[in-house]
Design a protein around this ligand. Structure first.
Ligand code: HEM
Length: 425
């Protein structure tokens, strides 16, 4: 494991300004070793720096990683001190145009970056539109999508589940929830362009794919304006808050993107737990209770949105004994907070039925009600259906050979190869 306090020597890395005492011993947040075992990084950081650690983002840009459960809860429930509009960041003069984190922190006029009354208006519309989703119908739809995806590989006796199943299912569920037809090339093309723009493989052009996603969502909004239906898009358009078409397009893209990556990785991380941990092996086939336990355990110990960027300090303040300057960036260490030793002094001991984790964040900007319930419906249907259809499914590699994606932000597997008895159809 590399020394977490070593300076970032990657070419082009910007070092913290000389004489900036707060970041003199800052820890670079990149490095593959950490991505395989982030819990070790969080433990080391807590030991050396306490609940709020000075860190360096890509290219040596300073920020604070908030690791404590109490501190993340405090930051997320004090919008007047720690707000969401990234334009107040004091590091913008040091951020190059091609900075890799720009897509996540660059201001966009969507719900994600709004604050105060404007945020309540935009998030309120999303919440009410999502509340109109019938959870039984959604579960039914997810089982249909699951069956279609499984049919594609069931006869072969093997599959790579991350791309063929875990990511594909919530993406299709989300676009159908927004009113795209279940069948048809328009839906297929949108799903493919979303995949390319959110998670490009070699040879993909994510920028061109994103432009096509915008065009398709614009068309969807136009169609639903003309002929509303029982879907999220139509409910957003007819909401009394009176969002413009452009606002609905922005927020629909935010909803679909916010739904897809974390739910896909939640499914993948849960399948990994079920397929590798002996505690679940006995009950896997048809064991609904154990699927629920595995889903919840993943949110505590292997949450998809490990770290979330972020909040920006409105004025000079203090947090966890640190002097935070106006415009400083705070990264919400959601995974670290969930395993905070203050919460679990003897280590995590299982938390069946306890959903007080911070995996959906907290406060005004948390994952909006009822999105976590919808995500649970999607993830549960995905996991249960797979185990019901392929009851003798096993990992096709040794558990130690599974690798995590090289990202400090999203915790998900690069691949989940499995094998099973081929099913003749
Ligand atoms: C149906 C699935 C989902 C939908 C529709 C959804 C939707 C959203 C939306 C619209 C936001 C932006 C809220 C705002 O800025 O006011 C958001 C934020 C967020 N969501 Fe979700 N989400 C889903 C699933 C998930 C899952 C599975 C996780 C993780 C386990 C997750 C974790 C988060 C987090 C951490 C935030 C950031 C909150 C913050 O800024 O503090 N979401 N989600």
């Amino acid at each position: 494991m590399t020394d977490p306090s070593a300076p970032d020597n990657t070419p082009g890395a910007v070092q913290p300004p000389p004489g900036c005492p707060a970041h003199a011993d800052a820890v670079p947040l990149s490095g593959l070793e950490y991505q395989q075992t982030p819990s070790e990084l969080y433990r080391a950081l807590r030991r050396e720096h306490g609940a709020v650690a000075p860190v360096l983002l890509e290219g040596g840009i300073p920020a604070w990683l908030v690791l404590g459960y109490a501190e993340v809860s405090y930051v997320t429930s004090h919008d007047e001190l720690f707000a969401r509009d990234s334009r107040r960041w004091n590091q913008w003069p040091n951020i190059p145009d091609d900075w890799p984190l720009l897509p996540f922190v660059g201001y966009q006029p969507s719900v994600l970056f709004t604050e105060g009354a404007e945020h309540q208006r935009r998030a309120g519309v999303i919440s009410e539109a999502l509340e109109g989703v019938d959870q039984f119908e959604l579960a039914h739809r997810c089982r249909r999508i699951a069956d279609q995806l499984i049919d594609r590989f069931a006869g072969s006796g093997e599959a790579e589940l991350m791309s063929a199943y875990a990511h594909a299912l919530p993406m299709r569920a989300a676009v159908e929830m927004c009113g795209m037809p279940a069948e048809g090339t328009d839906t297929d093309d949108l799903v493919e362009d979303l995949r390319m723009s959110l998670d490009a493989s070699e040879g993909d052009d994510p920028v061109a794919a994103y432009v096509r996603v915008q065009e398709r969502i614009q068309q969807l909004v136009k169609d639903k304006r003309a002929t509303p239906g029982p879907d999220v898009t139509s409910r957003m358009l007819t909401h009394p808050a009176g969002l413009s078409d452009e606002e609905v397009v922005q927020d629909l893209i935010s909803v679909i993107a916010a739904a897809q990556q974390p739910t896909g990785n939640w499914i993948g991380n849960t399948l990994r737990l079920l397929l590798t941990d002996d505690r679940f092996a006995l009950n896997v086939s048809g064991g609904r209770v154990s699927v629920g336990q595995a889903l919840n355990e993943v949110l505590w110990l292997d949450t998809p949105t490990q770290n979330f960027i972020g909040r920006w300090a409105v004025r000079d303040t203090q947090l966890g004994g640190r002097q935070i300057k106006a415009g400083d960036c705070l990264v919400l260490g959601l995974a670290a907070a969930n395993t905070d030793p203050q919460l679990w002094p003897d280590g995590y001991v299982g938390a069946e039925g306890n959903s007080a984790h911070l995996s959906f964040s907290n406060g005004e900007h948390r994952c909006p009600y009822p999105a976590p319930h919808l995500a649970d419906v999607i993830a549960r249907a995905a996991v249960e259906n797979l185990l019901e259809r392929l009851p003798d499914i096993v990992l096709a590699v040794e558990p130690e050979e599974l690798t995590w994606r090289p990202s400090i932000w999203m915790r998900g597997l690069t691949a989940l190869p499995v094998s099973f008895t081929p099913v003749m159809q």
